[in-house]
Ligand binder design. Structure first.
Ligand code: ADP
Length: 438
């Protein structure tokens, strides 16, 4: 940056406390004291003159302009020199951005995290050049006056919105070194984002529960009032009420499963699971639903059983949710294929493919979000909770796998779960009828 383009240098904080100035002038004051004692000893000074000389020296040390600091302020390297190498080593080991300022707000030292967070910072420059948040600059001013620590939060709008919290406290570098102001920054963006997501989630979940509840209450009132003596209406309404109550039960079930899986998210399940047998169990169980919807459900498994490490019940949930979705949403295609096969490089694949309307590309990245549906009315109509694919994604992630969704609108959708294949297949696997040598 050229000199002409540099902003006017106005330090944020002024004036150091008198005690600090006295400490800084300790050598000069000591020499003066020796002279005065000498003068007293040789009878050149009377006691009142000596006292006056001491008072004058102390006043001069407190009031005189601070030339050394002003020179240092103009020279970043000299200012940085006021902070010892040990202090700088400690700063570089801290996990958060930290800046050390002098009492006027000039930067004495900072660590790499501070540089990453604030961009260009230079020792010797006012902190306001690097950190523009007025809340933090006010806190620096307040701490320099009162030494009371301050905590302020602020938002950076550019280049991206970022929430930060600044802890501003007074401190001392070394036992007799300069008194300083330490600014520590904490990035609260992730915390704020997850708070917002939690808030949205609670709002969505309550809304989803309230809808069937309102309908149940409506029917109860009708049955107690106008339809009290109408047996036909009673039968019809009770059937609807049963469906609504079932939907609420499913929703609560899915919510509990999601939170259970989230709690265990960091633990990889290790049981040995036969993915081929699991897919066979799920397609057998969903056969009646497919038949009811006029869908032909086909299972293709690798001739050799495919084993993975995982949690059997959770993987059943994955296969069930994907197959049920394919039958429900891909019903018009009239056919659903479920396949288990070996993937490249030691992988195990579970693929569920339907030939229905598919999913438009703009919806694909959001399908696994909680409560996200392409068509809310259609999902509700089909008894959906909007949590099925979110559950699938969480389970697959916990298993260290990946969920891939492909779709050509009008031609159907395919959901692929890619897991790592287990190497150590169980002893009795050799006896399974489908297992072949090689
Ligand atoms: P839901 O309970 O609504 O089925 P999911 O999380 O299982 O919730 O699915 C989210 C949305 O993804 C569904 O509402 C539907 O719009 C869409 N979807 C899921 N599977 C398919 C599919 N096989 N074909 C078309 N759309 C699908």
């Amino acid at each position: 940056m050229s000199d002409s383009s540099e902003p006017v240098r106005t330090p944020v904080v002024l004036a150091e406390p008198p005690l600090e100035r006295l400490i800084d002038a300790r050598w000069t004051l000591g020499a003066a004291a020796l002279l005065i004692v000498g003068g007293l000893a040789f009878g050149r000074l009377g006691p009142w003159e000596a006292l006056l000389a001491v008072a004058f020296m102390a006043l001069a040390a407190v009031v005189a302009p601070r030339r050394r600091r002003l020179v240092a302020a103009a020279d970043g390297a000299a200012v940085a020199g006021l902070v010892s190498l040990e202090t700088k080593a400690i700063l570089s080991g801290l996990p958060e951005p930290v800046l050390v300022l002098d009492r006027r707000g000039l930067v004495l030292a900072f660590n790499e995290h501070a540089m990453a967070a604030l961009g260009e910072i230079r020792a010797g420059e006012p902190v306001s050049f690097a950190l523009r948040a007025p809340e933090v600059l006010d806190a620096v001013r307040a701490v320099s006056k009162s030494a009371e620590p301050q905590v302020v939060s602020y938002v950076e709008r550019v280049p991206v919105e970022r929430w930060r919290e600044a802890h501003v406290a007074a401190g001392r570098v070394g036992s007799l070194g300069p008194s300083v102001i330490i600014v520590t920054l904490r990035d609260l963006t992730e915390q704020r984002r997850s708070e917002r997501m939690r808030g949205d989630f609670v709002a969505n979940a309550s809304h989803e529960l309230r809808t069937p509840l309102a309908s149940l209450l409506g029917f109860i009132e009708t049955l107690q009032g106008p339809a009290r003596n109408d047996p036909d209406a009673r039968e019809r309404f009770l059937a609807i009420m049963r469906a609504q109550a079932n939907r609420m039960a499913r929703l609560i079930d899915d919510l509990l499963s999601l939170s259970r899986i989230e709690l265990k998210a960091h633990v990889r399940p290790r049981a040995l699971v036969d993915l081929s047998a699991l897919a066979r169990g799920v397609t057998d169980a969903l056969g009646p639903l497919a038949k009811e919807r006029g869908v032909e459900l086909q299972l293709t498994v690798d001739p050799e059983s495919v084993f993975v490490h995982g949690d059997r019940d959770e993987l059943i949930r994955v296969a069930e949710n994907l197959t049920e979705n394919a039958i429900k949403y891909g019903q018009s295609g009239g056919r659903v294929d479920v396949a288990v096969r070996r993937g490249a490089g030691g992988g195990a694949l579970l693929v569920v493919r339907d030939y229905g309307p598919g999913v438009a590309p703009e919806h694909l990245p959001r399908l696994t979000e909680r409560f996200y549906r392409v068509d809310v009315a259609e999902s509700r109509d089909k008894g959906g909770t909007g949590l099925g694919l979110a559950l699938v994604k969480h389970i697959v992630q916990r298993h260290g796998g990946r969920l891939l969704i492909d779709s050509v609108p009008g031609q159907g959708a395919s959901f692929t779960v890619a897991l790592e294949r287990a190497e150590d297949e169980p002893q009795d696997a050799a006896e399974l009828p489908l297992k072949q040598a090689g």
